[in-house]
Design a protein around this ligand. Structure first.
Ligand code: ATP
Ligand code: MG
Length: 139
């Protein structure tokens, strides 16, 4: 059975552009409940650890630089079928391929600076949520 939690980050480009409020409003209107939230700035080491699965990819160095370039907002979200529904809600990695009305279609600048993250499995949602939040912070 699909899980009810996912993890997201509003990425540095979207935060810097002042789009956090609009994105959080969209998230809530789409039926995701915010269970934990914080504003943080990742070090390059933090970002490298978070995206370690991509360390062999050619874009890894740039991705680490970008994800540590400014503050992000990390959140744990709850909804039925959370992971799949949220991936649909944010749209394709490349905004040029993202469906109309998705967060990335509306706010992403490029395949790298693509406004928002969404976990890709229940297992990763749990790992990523615990990367940012202690048990006390998960409501
Ligand atoms: P995320 O994990 O951030 O939700 P995703 O699952 O849609 O995004 P991944 O394949 O996991 O995409 O890639 C992680 C992130 O790495 C992307 O969101 C994007 O910021 C960056 N990225 C992915 N592919 C490329 C690429 N070809 N060139 C530059 N950056 C890329
Ligand atoms: Mg991913």
């Amino acid at each position: 059975m699909a899980g009810t939690k996912t993890f997201t980050m509003i990425k540095p480009d979207a935060f810097a552009d002042g789009n956090s409020g609009a994105i959080i409003k969209m998230i809530e209107e789409a039926g995701f409940a915010i269970k934990a939230m914080k504003l943080v700035r990742l070090t390059a080491e933090n970002a490298g650890g978070f995206y370690a699965v991509h360390k062999e990819r050619p874009f890894y160095g740039d991705l680490v630089k970008y994800m540590s370039s400014g503050p992000i907002i990390a959140m744990i979200l709850e909804k039925e079928n959370a992971v799949e529904d949220f991936r649909k809600f944010i749209g394709a990695t490349n905004p040029a391929e993202a469906a109309e009305g998705t967060v990335r279609k509306l706010f992403a600048k490029s395949i790298e600076a693509n406004a928002i993250h969404g976990s890709d499995s229940d297992e990763n949602a749990a790992i990523e949520g615990s990367f940012f939040f202690s048990e006390l912070e998960k409501h």
